[in-house]
Unconditional design. Structure first.
Length: 117
């Protein structure tokens, strides 16, 4: 029995979506590191005023804290932070699409008579 064409299509579509999400996660991490470096260079007093644990361990919480303390009004910060958040949203969307595609393939094999092999 040959593999159903739809199973192959959905599995490949899901794999491409998940791999694309992985690439976007890498790009988002790089953008976030650049954002933290930019904050450290542009606002050193505000960065140094944060607790040590936030600066060293949880830089994500540090950026959020600074954003809520008024750094979000800076146009350059808003632009850089917006790019990072946009990549995060796309990554989550692609993970959902990939999971749904694989789920449809599994559902099709269980209930619609599609075959794996």
């Amino acid at each position: 029995m040959a593999t159903s064409l739809l199973v192959t299509i959905f599995i490949l579509f899901g794999a491409v979506a998940v791999l694309s999400a992985f690439v976007l996660a890498w790009r988002a991490t790089m953008k976030f590191r650049r954002l933290v470096s930019w904050i450290q260079a542009t606002y050193p007093t505000q960065w140094d005023a944060l607790p040590w644990t936030l600066r060293r361990i949880g830089s994500g919480a540090a950026v959020e804290g600074l954003r809520h303390r008024g750094l979000g009004n800076d146009r350059e910060f808003a632009l850089r932070y917006g790019e990072f958040r946009r990549l995060q949203r796309w990554m989550i969307t692609l993970l959902i699409i990939g999971s749904a595609a694989v789920g449809i393939a599994v559902f099709g094999t269980q209930f619609w008579g599609w075959s794996w092999l």
